[in-house]
Design a protein around this ligand. Structure first.
Ligand SMILES: NC(=O)c1ccc[n+]([C@@H]2O[C@H](COP(=O)([O-])OP(=O)(O)OC[C@H]3O[C@@H](n4cnc5c(N)ncnc54)[C@H](O)[C@@H]3O)[C@@H](O)[C@H]2O)c1
Length: 324
């Protein structure tokens, strides 16, 4: 079997495959034309988010059996075309959940204690001790929207910080949330009214598009903190900006943006009460390693004719009897 890795990836992935006798080429940064020219040689393709796996590429890959996405979303893969071409699509969800939850908490701690501003001030020779008086997290109410892999990790950290943890997720049974020491709240407005901090961990769907809007912000406590490390389009940035400027929101931590990269014209970037990062919550050395190891293991699983843990096109699997 011969596998192409077409995006930058931890070397651990190639080593695991090579140790099992798989021939691996690691060629990040190829143009779509270059990729299409060499893809007929390969049985497997591993991508992160950089490579666009189009119908044309899949059709050119006459030997392709599997496309592995090292990471969570498969938005860069034409999953429908892969199914038509009989190519398995699989991913490695969960490898960066802890990193994303820790980044969420890093943002929260930064906002609670004005760390970026105080650091910048000391570095310019100032000693403004009265300027950076923050808040304690202990005793505050943390409202989590979306209790999947990341939301649950955030809940654990909230409890460790002695916060009261509320969770809103219409798709997770109440008793499962209670087992995780999250107080389930079935009404979004109720959670928003009670939380000192609101943090988003839902996917972006038609239902969650602008979940954080003028209307939902109005339901929040005055002076609430808002954090989003999920997907940018879950927030209406205009409404978030407006709430921050008039003090309805005390502060916001934003890792994700309605348009990425966000523009320097985005007025949120001028606000001192915003801590921002460029969609890196899920990126860490540890997460990168987890993802690289995870995708290699899943490729080996496919080679053995076993079903991958996370299939992007589950409808295809029952038709692939030749693999088993
Ligand atoms: N910033 C980053 O680098 C980064 C890294 C990892 C994940 N993410 C994003 O974080 C989000 C969460 O990731 P995950 O791995 O936990 O996903 P997940 O699928 O495990 O969990 C998402 C949860 O949201 C819930 N949900 C769906 N619609 C909802 C709604 N209308 N209201 C409340 N809850 C709803 C689902 O029931 C599910 O439990 C996703 O958007 C993911 O893309 C971002």
């Amino acid at each position: 079997m011969k596998v192409l890795i077409s995006d930058k990836l931890e070397p651990g992935c190639a080593s695991i495959l090579e140790n099992k006798g798989v021939e691996v080429d690691h060629k990040p940064g190829l143009s779509p034309g270059e990729l299409q020219a060499i893809i007929p040689e390969y049985d497997g393709l591993i991508v992160r988010s950089g490579t666009r796996v189009t119908e044309a590429l899949l059709q050119a890959g006459r030997r392709l059996r599997v496309v592995g996405r090292a990471g969570t979303g498969v938005d860069n893969i034409d999953v429908g075309a892969a199914t038509r071409c009989g190519v398995i699509v699989m991913n490695t969800p969960g490898g960066n959940s802890v990193s994303t939850a820790e980044h969420t908490f890093a943002m929260l701690m930064s906002l609670a204690r004005h760390i970026p501003q105080a650091s910048a001030s000391v570095k310019t020779g100032k000693w403004e001790r009265g300027q950076y008086i923050g808040i304690e997290l202990a005793g505050k109410t943390l409202g989590i929207l979306g209790l999947g892999k990341v939301g649950r990790e955030v809940a654990l950290r909230g409890a460790a910080f002695k916060m009261k943890v509320l969770g809103y997720d219409p798709y997770v049974p109440r008793d499962e949330l209670e087992r995780r020491e999250v107080q389930p709240v079935s009404d979004l407005a109720d959670l928003l009214a009670r939380a000192d901090i609101v943090t988003c961990h839902t996917p972006h769907t038609p239902e969650t598009h602008h979940l954080i809007s003028e209307k939902t912000i109005a339901r929040m406590k005055d002076g609430a903190i808002f954090i989003n490390t999920s997907r940018g389009k879950v927030q209406d940035e205009r409404a978030v900006f407006e709430a921050l400027t008039r003090g309805k929101l005390r502060a916001a931590g934003l890792d994700v943006w309605e348009e990425e990269p966000t523009s320097l014209d985005n007025p949120l970037l001028n606000l001192d009460n915003v801590v921002c990062t460029p969609h890196v919550a899920g990126v860490s050395e540890t997460a990168n390693r987890n993802i690289a190891v995870g995708v290699a293991s899943e490729i080996l699983r496919v080679m053995r004719g076993e079903k991958p843990k996370a299939l992007g096109n589950p409808d295809l699997w029952p038709r692939l009897t030749h693999l088993r």
